[in-house]
Design a protein around this ligand. Structure first.
Ligand code: PGA
Length: 254
């Protein structure tokens, strides 16, 4: 009942020509993938060109960040309406790089998610613990407060538009993936919390895993009961590699 969602997060990579070339190679490779949702999050500068290249396909466009304000004197920022104008169906908010490098708080994330929904853009809300937090047994408490506070402004009737991404910080870009069991344990905890907050609608919210997902490990992760997708950084930069992740059911598992 939860349609798997595979998202490419390019971070600060690819100029417009590279972004368009990626899409031209990717589209024929993922055309036959049925029953899954594919999303590409290029940098802001490539949104328009990627959006144009995706037109007529089933692949959705996402931004990597947004400002929660409608408009105004916020030099260098991008408003939700600007993303809607470019055809973004999704936006990632609260990625750990934004939380740790740019000081984004759960309250910022909550405001961004609410602002996006106002413009009919679905938020992909990221949560995740650091290595230190995991090693001191604070993972569950930390994730639970991130979920609670980051979703505090989200109206219950919009729960179906929400995507959550669990990304342990120690697994991002490190080649060190959480084992499928470790990831499932946290996903199950998040699922319970979503149910508590949104009732039955919480059971339908998709929870992506992120952190060194690659063609070789995606199948085992996706086999877990509460893992409904992947948020992919490094392995999403190459169209062949990302296409294999989209076709996770054809990859080898253990
Ligand atoms: P990674 O990044 O796949 O390179 O670990 C994932 C992410 O940060 O979204």
């Amino acid at each position: 009942m939860r349609r798997p969602i595979l998202t490419a997060n390019w971070k600060m990579q690819k100029i417009t020509a590279e972004a368009e070339a990626f899409v031209r190679t990717l589209l024929p490779l993922v055309k036959s993938a049925s029953g899954v949702e594919v999303v590409i999050a290029p940098p802001f500068t490539a949104l328009e060109r990627v959006g144009a290249a995706l037109r007529g396909s089933e692949v959705a466009l996402a931004a990597q960040n947004v400002n929660a304000e409608e408009e105004g004197a916020f030099t260098g920022e991008i408003a939700p309406r600007m993303l809607a104008d470019l055809g973004c169906g999704y936006a990632i908010v609260g990625h750990s790089e934004r939380r740790t490098l740019y000081g984004e708080t759960n309250q910022d994330v909550a405001a961004k998610a609410a602002a996006l929904l106002h413009h009919r853009i679905r938020p992909i809300v990221c949560v995740g613990e650091s290595l230190q937090e995991r090693e001191s047994d604070r993972t569950f408490a930390l994730i639970s407060s991130q979920i609670d506070e980051s979703l505090s402004a989200l109206p219950r009737e919009r729960a179906a538009d929400l995507v959550v991404a669990y990304e342990p910080i120690w697994a991002i870009g490190t080649g060190r993936t959480a084992t499928p069991e470790m990831a499932q344990e946290v996903h199950a905890m998040i699922r319970e919390q979503l149910r508590g907050r949104f009732g039955e609608a919480g059971a339908g919210i998709r929870i992506q895993y992120g952190g060194s997902v690659k063609p070789e490990n995606v199948r085992d992760l996706m086999d877990q009961a509460d893992i409904d997708g992947a948020l992919v950084g490094g392995a999403s930069l190459d169209p062949e590699s990302f296409a294999k992740i989209v076709h996770f059911d054809q990859q080898g598992g253990t």
